[in-house]
Design a protein around this ligand. Structure first.
Ligand code: AMP
Ligand code: MN
Ligand code: MN
Length: 323
């Protein structure tokens, strides 16, 4: 059976009542917004949904949870037996590694995603690599199933799409993306507020951090490859209350002549998180796969326990071979 129809059948099954909805770790606008849209959809099938996330919600996205709908932590749902567990916008299970056991504890598992490196780890895998975002897929499912939207789901799904498309600038934006956004904006959420919250509420600390990270900029491959870094040393020296690095890598990509950008960031657990972005045809997901990561053609990443210098050398070598 077609995966979408199999999912519909699952939703129609009245014996399945509780639904676990999982955003990926280090959540972004797409995973959170899509979860909100999905929560609203499953509610229309009289199911009880729980969005479970242990990570903090980035401050520019916290407005999405101002209403009654909240995320809960794993330890708040230990008494719930989940009938359906749905991972949202996660290409592989390690992207919600702290909640894998919870995900697998459900009677049924579903994955809804748009990453081309998706490993199809669930019983039902609704993967659309052409979709701009997972939010777009949730919209299309809602439409196919004859579901309705309200202001809150409209706001979540719009936030998902606008963040994953870089405000409709990236090539994952397709004609239907605009048609969907027309429907979402028509739900009547506060459009100005959404844009101010997501894009125009950067903290002073964030700009200070951006400035320091830009100081590390190095160009390789005749200016086609740019590398920026946030080392442990820099983290310790800055001693900031928050390390919001969202958007830095896209900013560096804006440099004329740069085709691929690498951002290597120290994480608290000692590992490094690597984010890559490209502009035209360079497939960063292929490079990410070499380092056991994944992603999209123009946005991919991986985690590594190597030193920041080692990662830089190995990665610039791999990129220069592929460029
Ligand atoms: P990011 O740089 O974290 O915004 O990630 C860019 C894209 O790459 C996202 O769509 C992620 O899902 C994917 N990605 C990032 N890190 C990993 C990883 N360790 N494994 C698989 N995919 C990843
Ligand atoms: Mn995401
Ligand atoms: Mn996404």
């Amino acid at each position: 059976m077609d995966q979408t129809q199999a999912f519909k059948k699952m939703l129609d099954d009245r014996s399945l009542e509780t639904v676990l909805i999982l955003p990926h770790n280090m959540p972004d606008g797409d995973t959170l917004g899509a979860c909100i849209g999905l929560y609203h959809l499953i509610t229309q099938y009289n199911k009880k949904g729980y969005i479970v996330l242990n990570d903090d919600i980035p401050s520019n996205l916290s407005f999405l949870f101002e209403g009654d709908l909240k995320c809960c932590k794993s330890d708040e749902v230990t008494n719930v037996n989940f009938d359906i567990c749905i991972a949202v916008d996660a290409g592989e299970t390690k992207l919600f590694e702290d909640r894998i056991a919870l995900f697998k504890s459900g009677k049924h598992t579903v994955c809804i995603d748009h990453h081309k490196t998706n490993t199809r780890y669930a019983e039902i895998n609704i993967i659309d690599v052409e979709a701009s975002s997972t939010g777009e897929i949730i919209y299309l499912l809602t439409e196919t199933f004859g579901g309705t939207l309200n202001k809150h789901s409209g706001e979540g799904l719009y936030a998902a799409i606008v963040t994953d498309t870089g405000s409709f600038r990236y090539s994952n934006t397709r004609p239907i993306t605009f048609k969907i956004c027309e429907k979402l904006v028509e739900t009547g959420f506060d459009f100005n507020r959404l844009n101010v919250e997501i894009f125009q509420t950067k903290s002073y600390e964030k700009l200070l951090l951006l400035n320091k990270v830009f100081d590390t900029l190095k160009l390789y491959c005749d200016g086609k490859c740019a590398v920026v870094k946030l080392s442990k040393h820099l983290v310790d020296n800055l001693a900031l209350a928050e390390y919001d690095t969202d958007g830095i890598v896209e900013f560096v990509r804006d440099i004329k002549g740069v085709e691929v950008v690498v951002f290597i960031r120290y994480l608290n657990d000692g590992a490094h998180k690597v984010s890559m972005r490209s502009k035209y045809n360079f497939d960063v997901s292929e490079v990410a796969l070499l380092f056991n990561g994944g992603g999209h053609t123009k946005a991919a990443g991986f985690k590594s326990v190597d030193s920041i210098e080692e990662i830089e050398v190995k990665l610039v070598d791999a990129i220069s071979k592929a460029l």
